[in-house]
Write a protein that binds this ligand. Structure first.
Ligand code: ZN
Length: 186
């Protein structure tokens, strides 16, 4: 069976403020970190996990987290984000694929991420069903600039690589045929 490697990117932001989930902590990449502010959101506001979900959905070209779990749907109010990430990982499995690696970057001045990195990698790897060596969590500040620099919220970026069975050779051949028929290719 021929496989192909696909790449997906995800981005998410949550602002600091009241949260129906829990005060006095922020949940980042599955780890609860004591902090004097909470992140607002319909779910547990795990911005890192949301970015990672969107990266997986992007790699599979299968919508985004808002399409799969609409914020307007009350059943996701206060939801724990591992539900979303398990769903995304399940779509990889359903496609007969596997996650090659993922790389999450959290952007914030506070809280400090590095002491929690090992726990975050372990939590994500457990949910995704992959080895910890396939999961990277990084952090950076924005040097006091912008909304993250003003500590108004936390942003997260994520990239994933997914290996899936190659299935659309016929579609690609048809596209080339169409271009040749149109005189755009010789
Ligand atoms: Zn989010």
């Amino acid at each position: 069976m021929q496989t192909e490697t696909r790449v997906g990117f995800g981005y998410d932001v949550h602002r600091f403020g009241p949260n129906t989930y829990e005060q006095g902590l922020v949940r980042l990449c599955g780890v609860d970190i004591p902090f004097d502010q909470a992140l607002t959101g319909h779910s547990d506001a795990d911005v890192g996990m949301h970015a990672l979900c969107d990266a997986i959905y992007g790699a599979l070209a299968d919508g985004d987290i808002g399409a799969h779990f609409p914020p307007s749907d009350p059943q996701w109010k206060g939801a724990e984000s591992h539900v979303f990430l398990r769903h995304a990982a399940g779509l990889i499995a359903k496609a007969g694929g596997r996650l090659v690696n993922c790389d999450v970057t959290l952007v914030c001045e506070q809280p400090k991420i590095s002491p929690h990195r090992p726990a975050m990698r372990a939590a994500l790897a457990d949910i995704l069903g992959v080895a910890v060596s396939r999961v990277a969590v990084k952090a950076t500040t924005s040097e006091g600039l912008g909304f993250t620099g003003r500590q108004e919220g936390i942003a997260a970026h994520a990239v994933v690589s997914v290996e899936v069975p190659r299935s659309d050779d016929a579609a690609q051949a048809a596209a080339v045929d169409a271009l040749m028929a149109g005189g755009l290719l010789e």
